[in-house]
Design a protein around this ligand. Structure first.
Ligand code: 5GP
Length: 121
């Protein structure tokens, strides 16, 4: 599958549509989910054009992979939910059809600020 340049997160990265930004560096952009499922619901996306976690694992550079993982921790710290500064959170990536992925640009959901509940419905 080819990366779709018109997906909503590509538009957010190009600043064609706004987002409530939490954090940005060379590798990631993080912003609040428009339809929060928990008290805190943030998204962390790589700046590179990757469809999902499998595409990212296969094709991203080592720097991009480290940048995304570090970015998740930086955002969790900023939100006060990291395990060292808060009470923890759930990081979740939906992958393709059976994973229920709606936006075809890799993103991690960070859910926190309260008990997140059962892992899978
Ligand atoms: P997925 O189902 O692909 O894992 O999650 C996509 C997420 O993107 C959903 O939680 C949805 O609420 C969020 N989303 C969709 N469109 C927008 C948007 O325009 N802005 C923001 N901030 N989040 C969005």
């Amino acid at each position: 599958m080819k990366y779709n340049e018109n997906n909503i997160f590509a538009k957010i990265l190009r600043k064609e549509i706004p987002c409530k930004k939490i954090y940005e560096d060379d590798y990631v952009l993080s912003f609040y989910d428009i339809n929060p499922q928990k008290k805190i619901h943030a998204l962390v996306i790589p700046k590179g054009k990757y469809i999902d976690l499998d595409d990212f694992s296969l094709n991203a550079s080592s720097e991009e992979i480290v940048g995304l993982l570090k970015g998740i921790n930086i955002v969790a710290k900023k939100l006060g939910i990291s395990s060292d500064m808060g009470k923890g959170y759930r990081a979740l990536a939906n992958i393709s059809e059976h994973g229920g992925q709606e936006v075809p640009h890799l993103h991690f959901h960070l859910f926190g600020g309260e008990k997140v509940g059962k892992m899978v419905e």
